[in-house]
Structures are given as structure tokens and as C-alpha cells.
Design a protein around this ligand. Structure first.
Ligand code: AMP
Length: 306
């Protein structure tokens, strides 16, 4: 199965304890596509400005991402500036410039409305809705969001939820969205709003999947050095949905494996800035780390003798 993604394509300026990088390729759809492309074909819908050159497109083209839905319009590309202190789970947003996204009208190229899996990556929920409305034939619809949109467009976001099967969201955001402090209760509240499966991303503390008949939780892969966490959430989503699309099965066992695949991809993403780690990542490394993850989380049954 293929995946259609709509989301941001950005130029990010990011400061982490490892340093500052300016105007590097980023955006929710960018990180998602690069990651998902290791598992299946990806079609990207987004907008960029005149300042977005062939050098910016190259990493995505090299990964075989179909950029047929990437509009180029007069103006400046979306920009995000963020900073991480010692808490690498939570960036402080210093600046968000919507630029060309402010007037963006997503239009799917012919035939793209037949794509089986749709990912509404983090972007204005009204734009997510416009893409959803154009794709009636999807077998799996998933979405992400962030505090910026939960705060500014909560109603647009709530309208989406009954149409979304899987919501990927981080723990701070799900608390903000539902007003519940307890993550289990917050996941229940989202499911009451109509979303069947809620995937709560908890940064270095791992990920929990609520729904699909059960709850499943795993830690993050333990890493000695995290260079830049930007894009970890989108990269997780790319691995998670890419894996599901590739296996073409949405059974709960597949959700478990997909969560591990997503965590593996995110663990590579944070090892370097922008797409630098994924650019040199190999399928063999993904398999190796998946196996290491299995060993990390495997344990025997409780002994009969106790
Ligand atoms: P994450 O995976 O959560 O770390 O997402 C990081 C990416 O989100 C960055 O590359 C940013 O360009 C992008 N981003 C930041 N703020 C927004 C926003 N308000 N809307 C869409 N994308 C954003």
C-alpha cells in the first residue's frame, strides 16, 4: 500500500546542546516522508516558496518520495525556529512563520485520492480537513498535531477526530487537548471523540498505543547521545505507518511491530541534524536495531514456583 502525506515542508533553525543549525530542511511532512520511504511509496502534498531550491528537494527525491503534490508559489517557505535545553523532549518554539502556508490550497494530483493510507501530518487542521475531504477511498487515516494548533484551532481539530482512525500525539499535547492530566484518561477522552487508536509519544520515555483491542507500551531505544530531537515524532509516524502500509494489515499484532519500527526510525533520526542520519541509513541497520529492540524488551513468564 502507498501513503499520501500532507504536512509542513520547512526551513528549520534549531539550537540543541550540540549546537545551532540554520535554515536546514525540516517540516512534519519532510521527516515523515523520509522515514516512511524505507518501507513503502510516499506521495507528498505541501507548499514551498521561491527560496526552496533543488538542493532542498534532493534528499527527498533521493529517497524516491513523489513530489508531484509539492506546490511552489511566490513567497517564502514555512520557517520554524526552536531551541532545546537540557530537556530534549520539549523544544521551546522561538518563532513560527507560516509564510506560503497561510494561503495554501491543497490540490491532489490526478489519481492520488485513491492512495490507501493517508497521513495528516502536523499542519493547520483546516488544511488537514481539506485533504481528507478529497480522499474518500482511504483504508487507514492517521493524523498528528501540536500545541500550536491545539491552542489556536481546537474546533477544527475536534472535527477531524471522528474521521481519523489513528491519532499520534505527544503526552503534553494530549493533556492540552483533553484537559486530562492522566495520559490513560486522556487517551480514553480522545477515543470518546471518535478516534479508534491513540498513539502517545513520550520522547525518551517511549510510546504507548491505546486501542486496537489493547494497550501496548515500549521504551525509547536507549541512546548515549542525542544530537537533535527535531522530527523524532514525524519520523516515528513515518516508520509506524510505513510499516503498516507495507504489511497491509491493521491487526493489533501489526500495530505492535509498527510501534517498534517507528521507535527504531526515531532513534536514528535524533542521532544527527535535519535528515543527515536518515540520508546514510541502510535497511540492514534498521533490521539490526529492530532486533536489538526485541532483546531489550523481551522477558520470561512469571515463575510457577513463586
Ligand atoms: P517533531 O517531529 O514534533 O519534532 O516535528 C518537528 C517539525 O515540525 C519541524 O521540522 C518543524 O518544521 C515542524 N513544525 C513546527 N511547528 C509547526 C507548525 N505549527 N505546523 C506545522 N509544522 C510545524
Amino acid at each position: 500500500m502507498g501513503i499520501l502525506v500532507v504536512g509542513s515542508v520547512a526551513l528549520d533553525t534549531v539550537t540543541t546542546p550540540s549546537g545551532t543549525r540554520r535554515e536546514m530542511l525540516g517540516g512534519s511532512a519532510t521527516h515523515f516522508s523520509a522515514s516512511a520511504s524505507f518501507f513503502t511509496g510516499v506521495r507528498l502534498v505541501a507548499v514551498v516558496g521561491e527560496d526552496f531550491g533543488p538542493e532542498h528537494e534532493k534528499p527527498l527525491r533521493d529517497r524516491g518520495v513523489d513530489l508531484g503534490g509539492l506546490q511552489r508559489v511566490p513567497g517564502r517557505t514555512f520557517r520554524w525556529t526552536g531551541e532545546y535545553g537540557d530537556d530534549l523532549n520539549n523544544p521551546t518554539t522561538l518563532e513560527t512563520q507560516l509564510n506560503v502556508f497561510a494561503g495554501f490550497e491543497p490540490v491532489l494530483p490526478p489519481g492520488w485520492n485513491q492512495t490507501q493510507v493517508l497521513f495528516l501530518a502536523n499542519i493547520d487542521p483546516e488544511l488537514q480537513w481539506k485533504v481528507l475531504e478529497q480522499t474518500q477511498a482511504c483504508e487507514l487515516v492517521a493524523a498528528d498535531t501540536m500545541n500550536y494548533w491545539i491552542g489556536s484551532k481546537p474546533e477544527a481539530l475536534r472535527r477531524l477526530l471522528p474521521r481519523v482512525k489513528v491519532l499520534l500525539i505527544n503526552d503534553g499535547e494530549i493533556r492540552q487537548l483533553t484537559g486530562r492530566k492522566n495520559v490513560v484518561e486522556a487517551a480514553d477522552a480522545v477515543r470518546d471523540l471518535g478516534t479508534a487508536v491513540v498513539v502517545v509519544k513520550r520522547g525518551e520515555h517511549g510510546v504507548a498505543v491505546f486501542g486496537a483491542g489493547e494497550t501496548f507500551a515500549i521504551p525509547a531505544f536507549p541512546l548515549r547521545k542525542v544530537v537533535d530531537p527535531t522530527g523524532a515524532g514525524d519520523t516515528f509516524a513515518g516508520g509506524f505507518l510505513g510499516f503498516l502500509a507495507r504489511s497491509a494489515s491493521f491487526e493489533s499484532e501489526e500495530f505492535r511491530r509498527a510501534a517498534v519500527a517507528g521507535s527504531v526510525m526515531a532513534s536514528f533520526q535524533v542521532e544527527d541534524f535535519s535528515l543527515d542520519r536518515l540520508k546514510r541509513l541502510t535497511p540492514g541497520e534498521i533490521r539490526e536495531r529492530y532486533d536489538a529492540f526485541r532483546r531489550l524488551t523481551a522477558f520470561g513468564a512469571y515463575p510457577d514456583t513463586l
